[in-house]
Design a protein around this ligand. Structure first.
Ligand SMILES: O[C@H]1[C@H](O)[C@@H](O)[C@H](O)[C@@H](O)[C@H]1O
Ligand SMILES: [Fe+2]
Ligand SMILES: [Fe+2]
Length: 281
């Protein structure tokens, strides 16, 4: 099932480049963190204070075992439905609704199966909240590299001042522990649902889908371009997909809630094209 080359995955790249999701609400009404809910501010304070190199290494080790559950994708979506994302300032809908909204918006614009499926599952990693996460701060919210200087372009940069890595000379230079242009593959991102879902889906999806899943919360780069110095050529190619995906992830939040029972058969069939009945979590 793994796609071997870019052209195999995407037969109509030019078409996709034209696709710009047009939100119902004005673009400026999204991600307005200066007027955020108190839960959002609290979440980012905890996240920025606690995501250290040590913490990320421990979390990667703990969750890469994939020994937390054995279940199917649709089952996981239903389980996720119980969770309200405290970092999200833009939607009050449940996560299954958000996942379906993203997938539906992609489907309407004619994207390939793998991309629609990516929309459906991109936030499923939030299940790690039930699998022994410390709280929501190591599950949701935007992500960023650790082990190098925290960018001022990240939301609420002031909270990083209380992160123990902030004053560590090994970690607080522009590239920190990394070589310039080493590639994001070699960079430790703050731990959360992106990295976890990447681990879960690694054997089943094409490279582009996995890249989107792994970096969709990395607004510091896909929106702010604050970490270009760590990227290699592959990242530049792949990041184009993340940018396209982001419009659908973010702006579809203004659409009407999807009809879950009506959509279920289509998405179950789509899941079966890529995943076995049950996978390890
Ligand atoms: O609040 C949201 C939410 O947690 C999303 O799932 C994540 O991808 C975004 O980056 C974040 O801003
Ligand atoms: Fe997400
Ligand atoms: Fe999302």
């Amino acid at each position: 099932m793994l796609a071997e080359s870019f052209s195999q995955v995407c037969d109509d790249w030019e078409h996709y480049l034209q696709c710009k999701y047009v939100p119902v609400n004005p673009v400026e009404s999204f991600r307005t963190y200066d007027v955020a809910k108190p839960s959002v501010v609290k979440l980012y304070k905890e996240q920025h204070e606690n995501q250290t190199v040590d913490f990320v290494l421990k979390s990667r080790k703990k969750f890469s075992q994939l020994d937390k559950a054995h279940m199917g994708i649709w089952e996981a979506l239903e389980m996720l439905n119980e969770l309200t994302d405290e970092s999200d300032n833009d939607t009050e809908l449940s996560q299954i609704e958000h996942c379906l909204q993203t997938a539906e918006a992609l489907r309407k614009d004619g994207f390939d199966d793998w991309m629609v499926l990516t929309g459906l599952i991109h936030d499923l990693g939030k299940l790690l909240y039930y699998f022994g996460a410390e709280g929501q701060w190591d599950v949701v919210g935007d992500t960023f590299p650790v082990g190098c200087r925290f960018s001022e372009k990240i939301v609420y940069p002031e909270f990083f001042k209380s992160n123990p890595d902030y004053n560590n000379p090994a970690y607080n230079t522009l590239c920190g522990i990394y070589e310039p242009n080493c590639g994001l593959d070699n960079v430790f991102m703050s731990f959360g649902h992106d990295e976890y879902m990447y681990m879960v889906a690694e054997n089943y999806l094409p490279e582009e889908a996995l890249y989107i899943i792994r970096y969709h919360s990395f607004y510091g780069q896909h929106r702010e371009n604050a970490y270009t110095h760590l990227m290699n050529e592959r990242d530049h190619e792949m990041m184009k997909w993340v940018k396209i995906f982001n419009s659908y992830d973010l702006y579809s939040k203004s659409d009407a809630p999807p009809n879950i029972p009506e959509l279920k058969p289509y998405y179950q069939a789509l899941i079966r094209k890529f995943f076995p009945d049950e996978i390890n979590w």
